[in-house]
Structure formats: structure tokens, C-alpha cells
Design a protein around this ligand. Structure first.
Ligand code: PMP
Length: 359
């Protein structure tokens, strides 16, 4: 078996231990004579996995009792619609900080169903090279909430410090850096994340949401789209993606065995520092467009000055077993997504390749 060094932006590399566990348990889960996928989502066997997964989320992120943990479907994209549907009362506006394409999509969806305002943006000639300072945000004190995206997967920018949001509930799309650094969940009204980067396979969306907001959320929308429906049913109002939650359990159990979020954060910072320093060392060849204070430690984006040169570098890297480095079409260049499950050895291999690369 030859596994590649996987730098895919999502779906992304999964911890080998989580995959091996799935392999070992696939045909006969815990002596039940069937896989976890073949169990009833309402039976005790799956239920234990479901609760273990929820418990691991609570444990690893120290989620306070004031917040509920849900596993939903439709990706982070569905949350772009469900957040305003549930949490923005009729006639009230919501504030959005847009620092990349996902934030733009969230704002577009919010405007589609009601009042929403761009409280800050860092767009410059159609591109984003930084995240704003908290002082740049033009807040509406009456806003239903303030929404932002903590890590811009496409642009390679990340908030080193989260925006302050005094008096207004703070909501974060944390799809591409959840569980990558410690977070004070109590400061957030809501955190959501598609699983396919740091949590597991695609198909599950993690939602961490203040219980009082679940209760006060709108009731005039379809039942199945109300957070309260899923909260009351422990996310089992419909058939939950059982295999996705099972894999999320495996990934989070692995993360716990690695020492948890604080420990992986230290590893993540080292991986990113190593990669940025190689790119800076060879500034004759590689250009980093993102402003240094806004650089992401999850998605490292750079270019070689022309599309031709970028693609040639991607092709040679692929031949060398370094996969998934082509930048997003909006930004071009190269992007290394170095999520929690991307081992330091993979980053070492990439650094070695980039140091020695001759066009
Ligand atoms: N937000 C961010 C920050 C993302 O990176 C992505 C996907 N790459 C999304 C939202 C959309 O996620 P999904 O495809 O799960 O809807």
C-alpha cells in the first residue's frame, strides 16, 4: 500500500488510525455481525457511537452546558441559509464580515431571505489578502448577530484573534479550522463546520449553538429546518448520516489520543511555520500574496508568478507523491491544506520538494 502525501482542501486527509479503525470494524462492528452503516440509527449500538461523538466534541472543545451539539446535513452551505432563517427575527438585520468567497456566499444567502449588511470586507480588486482588525468592523448594535468565517480556505487567510461582538451574538463558520486551536466556545452564540476538513468525511455538519437561541429561534419556518427540532431529537429527527458520525468519532478519538486541541495546535503552528519559512527562503521563486499577520496555519497559498509555472510545479509535486496542491480557481497558484490529519512528515516532504524545486 502506498499512501500519498495528501494536501487536499476538503474532503481532506484523514488520520490513518481513524481509517484503520474503520477498516477493522467494517464488517462486524463490536460483535454485532454487521457494520455500523447497517445498524438502525435508533438502536442502542449506533446510539452509543452518536453519544460518544457528541461527548468528544464537548470534551475536546470544552463546550459549556449553555450550548448544544448537533450533527446536521447539507454542509456549511445549508447553514448559510439556516442561520438567518432561524436566528434573525423578521424585520431585523444581521451583520456579516466578508473575508472570502464563503463569507460572500453566506451574506448572499442572508440577503436572499431578509435584511443583512456587510459590516466589514477586506476585498481589494476582487481579491482578499487579509482579514480585518476588530476596529474595522462597522457594527450595527441592533443586529440579530455578527457572522464571520475564522479561516478562509480558498484565500489562505485566518483570524489570529476573533472579532469582538459586544451585545450582539457572534456566529462563526469554522469549517476549515475547527479543532485546530483552542477556542473559548462561551464567546460564540454559534459555531458551525462542515466535517470534511478536520472532523471526518463529508456529509456531517457540526453545529454548536447556544440553547437559549435554539429556544427563541423562529417557529414559522418548516419544522425540519428549525434547530429546535434537531436539538429536541438529539439530531435524530431524520436519519442522521450514521457512517459520517461514526468516522467523526474515530477522528476525534484519534485527536484525543494525540493530546487534544492544544497539542494539535502546537503541531499545526510548527508545520505552518516550517512551510512558510521555506517559501520565504526561496522568494526568488515563490510569492506569498497574503499579508503576514493574516496568514492561515491551515491553508498555505502561494504562486510562482504565472499560471504556467504554477501548473508545472503542481505536476512535478504530484509525480513526487505530493497530491492536492493546485490552488482554488478563484485564486490560482498553489495551496497546501495542512489540516490536523496531515502529518508533520508530509509537510517535511513538501518542504524538501519546494526547497529543491527547479522549474
Ligand atoms: N465554509 C468554508 C470556510 C469552507 O471551506 C467550505 C468548503 N470548502 C464551505 C463553507 C462550504 O462547505 P460545504 O461544501 O460543506 O457546504
Amino acid at each position: 500500500m502506498a499512501r500519498v502525501h495528501n494536501f487536499n482542501p476538503g474532503p481532506s486527509a484523514l488520520p490513518l488510525a481513524a481509517l484503520e479503525r474503520a477498516r477493522d470494524e467494517l464488517l462486524d462492528f463490536n460483535g454485532t455481525g454487521m457494520s455500523i452503516m447497517e445498524q438502525s440509527h435508533r438502536g442502542p449500538v449506533y446510539d452509543a457511537v452518536h453519544e460518544e461523538a457528541r461527548g468528544l466534541v464537548r470534551d475536546l472543545l470544552e463546550v459549556p452546558d449553555s450550548h448544544d451539539v448537533l450533527f446536521l446535513q447539507g454542509g456549511a452551505t445549508a447553514q448559510f441559509a439556516l442561520v438567518p432563517m432561524n436566528l434573525r427575527p423578521i424585520g431585523q438585520s444581521a451583520d456579516y464580515v466578508t473575508t472570502g468567497v464563503w463569507g460572500q456566499k453566506a451574506l448572499k444567502e442572508a440577503k436572499h431571505s431578509g435584511l443583512a449588511r456587510e459590516a466589514a470586507t477586506t476585498i481589494q480588486d476582487g481579491k482578499f489578502f487579509r482579514v480585518p482588525d476588530s476596529s474595522e468592523i462597522d457594527r450595527d448594535p441592533q443586529a440579530a448577530y455578527l457572522h464571520f468565517c475564522s479561516n478562509n480556505t480558498v484565500m489562505g487567510t485566518q483570524f489570529a484573534e476573533f472579532p469582538e461582538s459586544p451585545g450582539v451574538p457572534l456566529i462563526c463558520d469554522m469549517s476549515s479550522d475547527i479543532m485546530a486551536r483552542p477556542v473559548d466556545v462561551s464567546k460564540f452564540a454559534m459555531i458551525y463546520a462542515g466535517a470534511q476538513k478536520n472532523l471526518g468525511p463529508s456529509g456531517v455538519t457540526l453545529v454548536i449553538l447556544r440553547k437559549d437561541l435554539i429556544e427563541s429561534g423562529r417557529k414559522d419556518i418548516p419544522f425540519i429546518f428549525q434547530y429546535r427540532t434537531q436539538a429536541e431529537a438529539r439530531s435524530l429527527a431524520n436519519t442522521v448520516p450514521t457512517f459520517g458520525v461514526y468516522m467523526l468519532r474515530n477522528v476525534l478519538a484519534w485527536l484525543k489520543s494525540q493530546g487534544g486541541v492544544q497539542a494539535i495546535h502546537e503541531v499545526n503552528l510548527k508545520k505552518a511555520a516550517q512551510l512558510y519559512s521555506v517559501l520565504e527562503e526561496r522568494s526568488d521563486l515563490y510569492q506569498l500574496a497574503v499579508e503576514p499577520e493574516s496568514r492561515s496555519f491551515m491553508n498555505v497559498v502561494w504562486n510562482l508568478g504565472s499560471q504556467e509555472a504554477d501548473l508545472a510545479c503542481v505536476a512535478r509535486a504530484t509525480e513526487a507523491g505530493l497530491v492536492g496542491l493546485k490552488g482554488h480557481k478563484i485564486v490560482g497558484g498553489l495551496r497546501a491544506s495542512i489540516f490536523n490529519a496531515v502529518a508533520p512528515q508530509s509537510v517535511n516532504a513538501l518542504c524538501e520538494f519546494l526547497r529543491d524545486y527547479r522549474p
